[in-house]
Design a protein around this ligand. Structure first.
Ligand code: HEC
Ligand code: HEC
Length: 258
């Protein structure tokens, strides 16, 4: 692993600091285990946390009626949807596209009179926050639907392959950071296993929430690779791999990150 250590040292040099700290390295930990105490405290504050505002907005949007339709009109109380977030991404009927929760929300925003909705829209993220909030504590449970096993396995296999493929000018794969460097410091961050239990995240450096799609693109940018466009199939394949790798881990609900 000498080459990896060298490459990481290069990243650290390119990015600024790398200081030693006592962080855990267990690959079954969630992202909260790698947050500094100040942000953990902010996250636990039901009023002061920036997540609280997004949650409120998402819960209000759930029952808001545009024209004749509302999310609630078709789906009932949002609490009845707690099994939804843990089950995404999943293949659409026909098996051609892998759909994550935000993709589904974009489709359903179209059904409530917002056909122009996009993945990182504030309303889409607020609804994602609300749907993840009601699913808090539910285990991630991503499995193929009956009849779609072969296509699902192929997408999962592609995700696993991408996870291990070196990319970017820095020439590192996801695995080099999120399996082999857990607990190491990189810029202001400490590298976690990348378990997708805390999305959507309110990232302090973004000053707004973002979906897993955006976080993955940020990791492409971190190794100076060409960014896939939002919604690219490879991002969904990676998400599928990360979720299957974390199957059984409880969702934390929307979370704060650095
Ligand atoms: C006109 C009815 C209708 C409205 C309004 C609607 N949806 Fe849906 N929703 C559906 C249908 C039908 C599906 C099944 C998948 C599909 O066909 O897209 C679905 C699926 C979903 C799922 C996945 C559920 C599961 O079984 O896991 C989520 C989450 C969801 N919708 C969220 C929303 C949100 C958020 C809104 C409001 C912006 C909304 N829906 C508005 C019809 C609707
Ligand atoms: C050079 C190291 C590096 C590489 C390579 C890298 N990441 Fe990251 N990633 C980070 C850092 C640093 C963070 C922010 C701290 C954390 O949560 O791990 C992060 C965050 C994440 C998170 C969010 C975790 C959370 O709880 O908020 C996910 C998911 C993730 N990365 C997946 C990936 C995937 C998939 C790849 C490969 C395409 C990848 N990363 C490549 C360094 C890296």
């Amino acid at each position: 692993m000498k080459a990896v250590r060298l490459a990481l040292a290069l990243v650290a040099a390119a990015c600024g600091v790398a200081t030693a700290a006592d962080w855990p390295s267990d690959n079954k930990l969630n992202g909260n285990a790698f947050l500094p105490p100040g942000l953990q405290k902010l996250q636990a504050d039901p009023i002061g946390s920036p997540v609280a505002l997004w949650l409120e907005r998402g819960l209000a949007l759930w029952s808001e009626r545009t024209g004749t339709a509302s999310c609630q009109g078709c789906h009932g109380a949002i609490e009845s949807m707690k099994a939804a977030a843990p089950a995404f991404p999943r293949l659409a009927p026909g098996g051609q596209s892998l759909v994550n929760l935000e993709d589904q929300i974009v489709t359903c925003r179209g059904r409530t009179g917002h056909p122009e909705a996009k993945l990182e829209d504030e309303d889409v993220l607020a609804l994602s926050a609300a749907l993840h909030h009601v699913a808090k504590g539910m285990p991630i449970s991503v499995r193929p639907a009956a009849g779609q096993e072969a296509q699902w396995q192929a997408r999962l296999g592609h995700g696993a392959q991408l996870f291990a493929t070196r990319i970017g000018r820095i020439n590192l794969a996801c695995v080099h950071c999120h399996e082999q460097s857990i607990g190491k410091q990189m810029r202001a961050d400490v590298i976690s296993p990348g378990n997708p239990t805390g999305f959507p995240i309110y990232r302090m450096s973004w000053q707004r929430p973002g979906s897993i799609d955006r976080r993955l693109r940020a990791c492409y940018s971190g190794v100076q690779a060409v960014l896939p466009p939002a919604g690219a199939p490879e991002l969904r394949d990676l998400e599928l791999y990360l979720k299957v790798r974390a199957n059984g881990m409880p969702l934390d609900g929307p979370s704060i990150r650095r």
